[in-house]
Ligand binder design. Structure first.
Ligand code: PEP
Ligand code: MN
Length: 333
């Protein structure tokens, strides 16, 4: 429920209303905009009488929110959320570019890729240490050692890092990681999301293979309702009947999510398409559709990658793509 206050509302009247709502078991968030002040009542508001609120002479309007997500809802928070990581502003302009290998494989590999993507203009380095693989026989990631190597690449390149967590027992290893990724397969691991709500670090939340946008926003709500409001949404393709791409990139998810939510929305064209030659056109399309950024797999030797080589760009191809991304982003300004 959203309550718009009249400009003449005194701080005492506002506080009185907040205390009244809290006394009814509802938590209240306040949004002070350039023109209006809004109070968002979060929780079970079914027993609150709209007419009683409207009768208060400092209340300008009352609106019930039907959507089940509140903290992630743009109605409660009209301005875009911008998440600062290192020097990058995710959710602002220009769009951020995250790049790096699917998996951290060796010191040489991750440091070489880190320096190459940094030189090409990437803002953040990616690299998986804990890998969710379909087959238990496939490379599972270097795990703890992978995080150590990623931290080394962070030092060497100066880039902030993002890497995936698969279980909350791994959290202590993530102290110096800048953004924690929750992968598509864990989007509805509610116990993990609840625990990540207790920390104060940006979370990159990927859309599940077969999840709706409302389900994605409800998963963001799990993290945000715990108090961690720094959530970055990621469209990474969904499972459809189409077999010519690894997944189907749902580009319309970008404007839909941006209209429903204030959270930043980025796109992963690598996992969405599964093919390196499809990554550049879909990256540009995502930026043109309003994405706040991209996460792109880059490997210094894609043919020998231990994971997802077929969808990884070479550093050279990434550098060329980055120039085109900049042109599309500039054209949108
Ligand atoms: C990844 O980014 O390495 C990954 C496994 O992606 P997703 O969870 O989208 O499949
Ligand atoms: Mn991958």
């Amino acid at each position: 429920m959203i309550i718009k206050l009249k400009n003449s509302t005194t701080p005492e009247q506002k506080q009185q209303l907040i205390s009244w709502a809290e006394g009814l078991g509802v938590s209240v968030c306040t949004v002070v905009g350039a023109v209006d002040t809004l109070l968002g009542f979060i929780g079970d508001t079914s027993h609150i009488d709209e007419e009683q609120l409207e009768a208060m002479d400092f209340v300008a309007a009352v609106q019930r929110i039907q959507a089940p997500y509140k903290k992630a809802n743009r109605n409660f928070h009209p301005q875009d959320t911008v998440i600062s990581v290192g020097g990058a502003a995710i959710g602002g302009r220009p769009p951020v570019v995250i790049a790096g290998p699917c998996s951290v494989e060796s010191e040489e590999q991750i440091c070489e890729v880190a320096l190459a993507v940094k030189k090409a203009g990437a803002n953040i380095l990616r690299g998986g240490a804990f890998k969710p693989r379909t087959s238990p026989y496939a490379f599972q990631g270097l795990r703890q050692d992978g995080i150590k190597l990623l931290l080394e690449a962070k030092q060497v390149s100066g880039l902030p890092i993002v890497t995936e967590i698969m279980d909350i027992s791994q959290l202590d290893l993530f102290n110096d990681v800048d953004i924690i990724q929750v992968g598509a397969r864990n989007m509805q691991n509610f116990e993990l999301l609840k625990e990540l709500g207790k920390i104060r670090k940006p979370i990159l939340l990927k859309r599940g293979l077969a999840n709706t946008l409302e389900e994605l926003l409800m998963s963001a709500e799990y993290i945000m309702s715990g108090g961690n409001e720094q959530v970055i949404l990621c469209e990474r393709g969904i499972r459809t009947f189409e077999r010519s791409t690894r997944n189907t990139l749902d580009l319309s998810a970008i404007p839909v999510l941006k209209s429903l939510s204030h959270l930043p929305v980025i796109v992963d064209p690598s996992h969405a398409t599964g093919k390196a030659h499809l990554v550049p056109p879909m990256s540009l399309a995502a930026i043109a559709a309003g994405a706040d950024g991209l996460i792109i797999e880059v490997h210094n030797n894609p043919g020998r990658a231990l994971c997802d080589g077929q969808q990884s760009l070479t550093p050279q191809a990434f550098a060329e793509l980055k120039q085109s991304i900049d042109k599309v982003a500039a054209a949108l300004c």
